[in-house]
Design a protein around this ligand. Structure first.
Ligand code: IFM
Length: 424
């Protein structure tokens, strides 16, 4: 059996990670202060988006998900750059004319620097939501003729966690101890959802037959040990990171589909240190890097023994099907895989990764999951928030040689899958 007719096949990128020259983003100063590798020119997609389109055509893709850079469209609080808006509209038109459905994401982590000058507490205040709604309104009006599919926020929980709890993204708050309080009572989730609801309303008011979703990063969760305690911890983490926001958006009837970003699994244990967030130890590779292998063991967090990607994320293909089926059952909404991929410098791992993950997705569909498409992360090698070392691209980008795009072996395999509508 193959994938359903009309299945969406393609890839995803985000503006800050590929465009280059986004000098008004809050990340620019952040990179300097945190001594990150600067993003700079990225893959130069702002100038070379037609080359990206050629890559998508070469793959035989019918869908492309990209994001619009808020700091480019609105470089200062009082100024919208009409030529930038026109460029995005031109891109959407060209993709559509080439038979590639454009899906626009309005918020993919990067925000204008002025946002935090005006509102130093960021989205803990209500001003950023109002400003974002104004920006979204401009983008929707500029692209409404060619874009029916919209994503309001990419991985909102990952973004909020990094920016307002772990201090890893601007504005850089550390509030891990009061995680739940900051997110729920502190207004973060409420403000983001208000902005999402408004995007949903504006898109539907302007575009007939439109669809609006949130792209949620969902991790396959396993309890670290047998028994009720870790299962309960898993449930708390699952609710907080995966379901809380989607439940609220869904009960307000503001979700037409769910975007699923799937990469890996983690083990979850009940924390014995009382102030650990939510009383839970989620064994992310990133946490392991901070506390070390021994630290992780002492905390009770278990790490798995599967082969890992260059991000140190375990490769667990069956998790994709599991997660897609469970989201589909819970929300009774179409699921679009908006991200799935691996960092792979060797260039040898992408084909096997695609094969195993797509087989898992196919099984979920056979078991009744309503999955409408698969978008690989990413079309191109890009800026992985602090570094160019991880290589996520179906196409390699040689930043030292005119940003030349070169097909990876995974790309040839993906092309075959798209052509056959099935996993060879
Ligand atoms: O590169 C990121 C992307 O911006 C959001 N989802 C996960 C990807 C890989 O880390």
């Amino acid at each position: 059996m193959g994938f359903p007719d009309g299945f969406l096949w393609g890839a995803s990128t985000s503006s800050y990670q590929v465009e280059g020259g986004n000098d008004n983003s809050a990340f620019v100063d952040w990179e300097r202060r945190r001594r990150w590798q600067p993003c700079g020119t990225a893959a130069d997609s702002w100038n070379r988006w037609r080359e990206d389109l050629a890559c998508l055509k070469e793959l035989g893709a019918n869908t492309y998900r990209f994001s619009v850079e808020w700091s480019r469209v609105q470089p200062t609080p009082m100024e919208f750059d009409e030529s930038a808006l026109e460029r995005y509209a031109e891109m959407a038109r060209a993709f559509k004319e080439a038979g590639i459905r454009p899906i626009i994401c309005l918020h993919h982590f990067s925000e204008p620097a002025w946002l935090f000058e005006r509102w130093p507490r960021g989205w803990m205040e209500s001003g950023p939501a109002d400003a974002f709604i104004q920006f979204a309104d401009r983008v929707i009006r500029a692209c409404r003729n060619d874009v029916s599919d919209w994503i309001s926020f990419n991985e909102p929980m990952v973004w909020l966690l990094n920016a307002y709890a772990l201090g890893h993204f601007p504005p850089g708050f550390h509030k891990i101890v009061t995680l739940e309080r900051t997110f729920v009572q502190g207004g973060l989730i409420e403000h983001v959802l208000r902005a999402h609801r408004e995007v949903h309303r504006m898109v539907h008011a302007d575009i007939k037959g439109a669809r609006v979703g949130i792209a949620q990063n969902v991790v396959d969760l396993e309890p670290a040990r047998q028994g009720a305690a870790d299962l309960e911890a898993l449930g708390r983490w699952d609710h907080f990171m995966h379901r809380h926001m989607l439940d609220l958006a869904n009960s307000a009837q503001t979700l037409d589909f769910i975007g699923l970003n799937y990469y890996t699994r983690i083990y979850v244990a009940k924390a014995w240190i009382p102030f650990f967030p939510l009383g839970v130890v989620p064994a992310y590779a990133e946490l392991k890097q901070i506390v070390g292998e021994l630290g992780m063991k002492l905390l009770g967090g278990r790490v798995g023994n599967r082969v890992r990607t260059d991000m140190d994320w375990e490769i667990v293909p069956e998790g994709l099907g599991r997660v897609a089926l469970s989201l589909s059952k819970r929300y009774q909404l179409p699921i679009l895989v908006t991200e799935n991929g691996l960092a792979d410098t060797s260039g040898n791992g992408r084909e096997a990764f695609l094969k195993s993950h797509l087989s898992s997705l196919q099984s979920a569909i056979d078991d009744g999951a309503h999955v409408t498409g698969y978008l690989h992360w990413s079309l191109l090698d890009n800026f992985e928030w602090g570094s160019y070392r991880p290589r996520f691209g179906l196409y390699r980008v040689d930043r030292t040689n005119g940003f030349k795009r070169t097909k990876s072996s995974g790309a040839d395999y993906f092309k075959k899958v798209i052509k056959n509508g099935a996993v060879p």
